[in-house]
Design a protein around this ligand. Structure first.
Ligand SMILES: Cc1cc2nc3c(=O)[nH]c(=O)nc-3n(C[C@H](O)[C@H](O)[C@H](O)COP(=O)(O)OP(=O)(O)OC[C@H]3O[C@@H](n4cnc5c(N)ncnc54)[C@H](O)[C@@H]3O)c2cc1C
Length: 236
């Protein structure tokens, strides 16, 4: 037991909040500098210890949304009404420290196909931002497509970042689709499924809320794509 506690304590890492940015009215980005280099594979997440006023701490998972960097990493977080983790993180002070475990996770880039389609709703895009930026920055020759869905125009974030990646990388295509657009919206409309192309030699990656992930994964399977080409993670 003593040994187990020791091992657990050894795994705890610390990072300092150095920047906070609001992306929408209920999504924000946090940038941390880590004590030790965070050795992660793009697509992975960390488990943050939520140290609010409640008498027992809890842990919440957040995907790393930035590329590999020796000193810093970023997260992109949606505020859940009355949610312990998201609201605590929303309010922590600049320069304060968080404790976390990880990185963990298997939603990483699979290099066994040359075509990759990423499908995300809202903050489900966080792990894909890390993967896509990493691949494109390392001159990946793969064809990469990102289909990102949000409900309303006010929920749009990272659009400029992905559009500019698409402008400078001919092998990257970005589609932002809005399920409940205003009349004047000229971009893609409807749910993410509507924009997914089925191609036998493609790796599919799906991330977002449980209901959407289940729905999209089922839809892709029904089109005949084998399980080993479908990678997914749901945020609950
Ligand atoms: C592997 C993994 C990676 C994740 N990465 C991210 C990430 O990058 N960004 C991010 O924002 N979140 C991410 N999440 C979700 C995150 O871990 C928390 O579940 C989320 O922030 C809610 O935690 P909370 O403590 O604020 O809410 P809780 O205190 O856990 O929940 C409060 C109430 O809200 C409900 N609820 C919980 N989650 C949701 C939801 N998504 N939508 C609606 N109602 C909900 C609960 O059922 C409960 O009734 C990830 C989850 C997993 C498993």
């Amino acid at each position: 037991m003593v040994v187990l506690c020791y091992v657990f304590a050894m795994q705890i890492q610390k990072a300092k909040l150095i920047e906070r940015k609001n992306l929408t009215e209920n999504i924000f980005e946090l940038k941390f500098s880590s004590e030790k280099t965070l050795n992660f594979t793009p697509g992975q997440f960390i488990n943050i210890k939520i140290e609010d006023a409640k008498n027992f701490p809890c842990f919440r998972a957040y995907s790393i949304s930035s590329m590999i960097d020796e000193k810093t990493f970023e997260l992109c977080i949606k505020i859940i009404p009355n949610g312990r983790g998201s609201n605590w993180l929303k309010n922590i002070e600049l320069n304060s420290e968080i404790n976390f475990l990880g990185p963990y996770g298997k939603l990483i880039f699979k290099n066994n196909n040359s075509s990759h389609i990423f499908i995300a709703t809202s903050v489900g895009v966080a792990p894909f931002k890390s993967i896509i930026e990493h691949e494109l920055n390392n001159n990946s020759k793969n064809n990469i497509e990102l289909i990102m869905g949000v409900r309303f125009e006010k929920d749009i974030f990272y659009m400029n970042e992905f559009n500019s990646l698409a402008d400078s990388n001919s092998n990257f295509k970005f589609t932002l689709t809005i399920s409940r657009p205003e009349k004047l919206w000229k971009g893609a409309k409807g749910r993410v499924n509507k924009h997914i192309k089925i191609n036998k030699n493609t790796q599919y990656y799906v991330c977002g809320s449980k209901a959407v992930v289940n729905d999209v994964v089922r839809w892709i399977k029904e089109k005949g794509i084998p399980e080993e080409q479908i990678n997914f993670e749901n945020f609950g």
